[in-house]
Design a binder for this molecule. Structure first.
Ligand SMILES: [Zn+2]
Length: 165
């Protein structure tokens, strides 16, 4: 079966090719459960070389994903809007050099690079570590349950300890 997302990244970059389209959410195995719209993700992949003549892939991805609010634990819609430049490492040594430089993102230029997996990696990396609704935007029902659970303050037991002396 032909996979439309497999490219040869070096020739893609050298020929300054561009590919754009949409990837359906159910094609992204690791994210499938977080995606509840049929919109999918719009992407643009652009091959080029940078001013140091290094082959690059510019990746733009837009879409929506549901994450869990860390305050009320309810669903929170997160807007994915990625624009990243990846430098193509031609071998493991180059990749090691690039990885040591925090200012650049690099990827090993496999002969057949699965852009679907790469798009998924970038989306996962872009997700917020501790997402929260905006102030006042949390689900009140869930919040009040959490508050009730926290009512028993750890200090109250300290107070009762003191009183026994
Ligand atoms: Zn919330």
């Amino acid at each position: 079966m032909e996979n439309i997302f497999i490219i040869d990244p070096l020739s893609f970059a050298q020929n300054k090719r561009i590919r754009h389209g949409k990837i359906a959410g159910d094609k992204l195995d690791r994210l499938r459960e977080l995606i509840d719209s049929d919109e999918g993700f719009a992407y643009v992949i652009e091959g080029d070389t940078d001013k140091l003549a290094r082959p690059t892939l510019r990746l733009q991805i837009k879409g929506k994903i549901a994450v869990q609010c860390q305050r009320c634990l309810d669903k929170l819609n997160h807007e994915v809007d990625i624009d990243t430049l990846l430098i193509l490492a031609r071998n493991a040594r180059e990749l090691e050099l690039y990885d040591a430089d925090n200012t650049i993102d690099a990827v090993l230029a496999l002969h057949e690079l699965d852009m679907g997996a790469l798009i998924e990696d970038e989306i996962i990396l872009s997700l917020p570590i501790s997402p929260r609704h905006q102030e006042g935007g949390c689900n009140k029902d869930i919040q009040s349950i959490l508050k009730r659970e926290h009512k028993e303050s750890p200090f109250s037991s300290l107070v009762s300890l003191k009183q026994t002396h």
